[in-house]
Every structure is written in structure tokens, then in C-alpha cells.
Design a protein around this ligand. Structure first.
Ligand code: PLP
Length: 393
């Protein structure tokens, strides 16, 4: 185990020991294929998957038929966007999302351009919220899908889904909401009655990597998505391939655990979030990029003017695991597209850090993190001539 502080729970979480314990038998003695219908190995695996599905459906307050297992939220997003376009093309090929959407949505939209998808990218305000007015204006008779990130992974901002769903459905369009970051942090029961599609990921909730869910509210009817991966007919033909029993069992256990302690854990996280935010905002000129009232209880996003975010991140890296939410590639490091969409100045977007707290974060950890960041920001500014020359009132 690494000794540095981990505050990057929105990137991924460690697997809970109870989750690993629940999965283990399905790697060893109960290794059967759930589709093997002629012997007890298959029966056992099938029944484990059925029990897991029942448990997940109960925890989420949805029907078992509405759940499709995928490899993660990215695949679920691909399945919705590609599936709705394929299925609803006769009604139109226009979709709406926002400039602050997750890359999995933005990249899939870009890919589908060649297939005739037309996308309207709505802006967001300085809190990261979409305007209902803008949404209303963007809706067209040929709008087949609106895709809105419920809780943003970089800022934690939560969109007003009830109002959004009303507008979208009044237009006869379908609503997909990416709920990946919200599961286990806020109650989702209402949201899952408002959205037609939603997605989840095991590794964001102390479950295993490589497993996710697509929720399709009306999977027996109008909203059912066409086959995404062909072969084998598994999952009612919607996603072929041998069903991954251990990961599904792990996902079910992880969901049960986050659900069990949801209220208490949210309150605990809120206290830590407030402590962290206060401490970081005490650093001179620091400002928060997460100011919406409705937001996740674990996410803090702060800009530190006169500091280079990449240098800050790498200087902190050995002691504190945080993120800058930026998309890195070999040629360049881009500032967060989410912060840019919110109107944060480019230089400030570069100088921003995202802290995401989780199950194993303590108040002492938060204090240590504040001290580490404050010292490092100070150190970086000492070497920045612009800091010396900053305007003072
Ligand atoms: N959607 C959101 C909001 C996320 O935060 C992530 C993870 O970064 C994803 C989708 C993709 O999840 P996965 O890693 O399961 O593909």
C-alpha cells in the first residue's frame, strides 16, 4: 500500500474487502458459465447473477429488467448514444448535451457525426448548471435524445433533473443522465424515475473495475436499445458475451454496501468537504469552482492563481493523490474543458486541482492535505515573478 494521501476517489476507489470476499468463490469453485443450462456449475452461476440483479434492482428501486451489465460507464454511454440514434433515426438525428459533458459522451458524439448525428452543445453557467431556458430553445421536433451529466466528476455540481426531464419528455425526447459519480453519494431513487437511461460503474463505488451497468427504465418497451455487442444472445440479446459472474456479484455487493451507509456517509463526507474547502480557501487568492448549492458531498475544486497546476500536481504527487481533471496527451496538457465551459479563465483552469474524498478519508488526512497544498502553493509562488508583481489593493 502506498503511503501518500489518496483524495482522488472520483477517479477510482479501492475494492472493499467484503466485495472481494463475495467475488472470490466465483473465480474458484463456482466458476461456471451462467449460460450453461445443463449442469450445476452453470445453475449456480446463473442463480448468483440472478440474486445479484435482484439485489441491485432493490437497492436502486428499479425493475430487474431495466438493468444491463456492461464493462463500465463508458460502454453504457456508448450503448445509449449509439443505440438511440440507431433505433430512433426515423424520428430524427438531433441530440443535445453540454460543453461540460464527460469525455465519454463528447467523444461518442464526435464519432457519431459521421453517422449523421447532429449535436447541440449547451453552455453552462459559472456554477456549471445548464439553463432550462437554453434547453427549451434547443429542443426540436427531431431531438431524439438529451444527454445530461447528473453529477459532474470534476466539480460535483448536480443538475436539476426533475425540471430537465419535464421539458425533455414534453418534447417527446428521451433523457439519458450519467449518474456514475452520484451513486453511493446521493439518493438516486427519484432520478431513476425521471431519466429514461442512466449509467453506473463498479470501480467508483468500491467495487471492481471492468463492470458497469446501463439502466433503461422501460427496457421491455419503447426505450429498449438494440443489440450492442452481437453473439451468444446473452442479456436478452442486447449485449452478447459470457456474463461475468464474479464482477456482477462484486458490483451487487458494492452497491448494497454504499446504499446501506448512504445517509451517514454523505453527512460525514459533507463535514470533511467543508473542512477541506475552508482550509484551502484560506490560501491567499484561492477560489472555488464548485459553488452550486446542489453538489456531491465529496468533491472540492479550487483554483490557485499564480501557480502552474501541472507543477503543483507533480510536486504534490508523492504525498497527495489529487487530480486536475485535465485531458493529457503526449503533445499537450489541456486545461479542464469543464472549467472552461463554466467560463473559468484559461490560466486559472490550468491552476486548478480537484480533490475527491471517500470512505477512507479522515479529518486528519484533510488537515495534512491542507498543509501540504498551502506549503506547495507558497513555494511555487516564491518562484513566480508575476506573484511578486501582482496587483495589491
Ligand atoms: N462518467 C463519469 C461521470 C465518470 O466520472 C466516469 C469515470 O471517469 C465515466 C463516465 C467512465 O466510467 P468508466 O471508467 O466506468 O468507463
Amino acid at each position: 500500500m502506498l503511503s501518500n494521501l489518496y483524495m482522488d476517489y472520483n477517479a477510482t476507489t479501492p475494492c472493499d474487502k467484503e466485495v472481494v470476499d463475495a467475488m472470490l468463490p466465483y473465480f474458484y469453485e463456482d466458476f461456471g458459465n451462467p449460460s450453461s443450462s445443463h449442469h450445476p456449475y452453470g445453475w449456480l452461476a446463473k442463480s448468483a447473477v440472478e440474486d445479484a440483479t435482484t439485489s441491485i434492482a432493490k437497492a436502486l428501486g428499479v425493475s430487474e429488467h431495466s438493468l444491463i451489465y456492461t464493462s463500465g460507464a463508458t460502454e453504457s454511454i456508448n450503448m445509449v448514444l449509439k443505440g438511440v440514434l440507431r433505433k430512433m433515426r426515423h424520428l430524427g438525428s438531433h441530440m443535445i448535451t453540454t460543453k461540460a459533458a464527460h469525455k465519454a459522451v463528447l467523444d461518442t458524439c464526435a464519432y457519431l457525426k459521421d453517422d449523421g448525428l447532429e449535436v447541440t452543445y449547451l453552455g453552462v453557467d459559472s456554477k456549471g448548471l445548464v439553463s432550462l431556458d437554453d434547453l427549451q430553445k434547443a429542443l426540436r421536433p427531431d431531438t431524439i435524445l438529451v444527454s445530461l451529466l447528473y453529477a459532474n466528476n470534476e466539480t460535483g455540481v448536480i443538475q436539476p433533473l426533475a425540471e430537465i426531464a419535464e421539458l425533455v419528455h414534453a418534447n417527446g425526447s428521451l433523457l439519458f443522465s450519467d449518474t456514475t459519480q452520484a451513486l453511493g453519494k446521493v439518493d438516486l431513487n427519484d432520478v431513476l424515475q425521471q431519466a429514461d437511461y442512466a449509467c453506473f460503474s463498479g470501480h467508483k463505488i468500491y467495487g471492481p473495475k471492468g463492470i458497469g451497468l446501463l439502466y433503461c427504465r422501460n427496457n421491455d418497451g419503447y426505450d429498449a436499445l438494440p443489440s450492442f455487442i452481437q453473439g451468444g444472445g446473452q442479456q436478452k440479446g442486447q449485449r452478447g458475451g459470457t456474463i461475468n459472474t464474479p464482477l456482477i456479484v462484486g458490483m451487487a455487493k458494492a452497491i448494497a454496501l454504499v446504499n446501506e451507509g448512504l445517509e451517514q456517509e454523505s453527512k460525514r463526507l459533507l463535514r470533511l468537504q467543508a473542512q477541506l474547502e475552508k482550509g484551502l480557501l484560506d490560501i491567499e487568492l484561492a477560489m472555488s469552482n464548485s459553488t452550486s448549492e446542489q453538489r456531491l458531498p465529496n468533491t472540492v475544486n479550487i483554483s490557485f492563481p499564480y501557480v502552474d497546476g501541472a507543477s503543483l500536481l507533480s510536486a504534490l504527487g508523492a504525498k497527495l493523490a489529487v487530480s486536475n481533471g485535465s485531458a493529457c496527451n503526449s503533445a499537450s496538457v489541456e486545461p479542464s474543458h469543464v472549467l472552461l465551459a463554466m467560463g473559468v479563465e484559461r490560466s486559472l483552469a490550468y491552476a486548478s486541482l480537484r480533490f475527491s474524498l471517500g470512505r477512507y478519508t479522515t479529518s486528519e488526512d484533510v488537515e495534512k492535505a491542507i498543509t501540504l497544498v498551502a506549503n506547495e502553493v507558497l513555494k511555487q509562488r516564491e518562484h513566480n515573478i508575476l506573484w511578486e508583481r501582482r496587483p495589491t489593493s
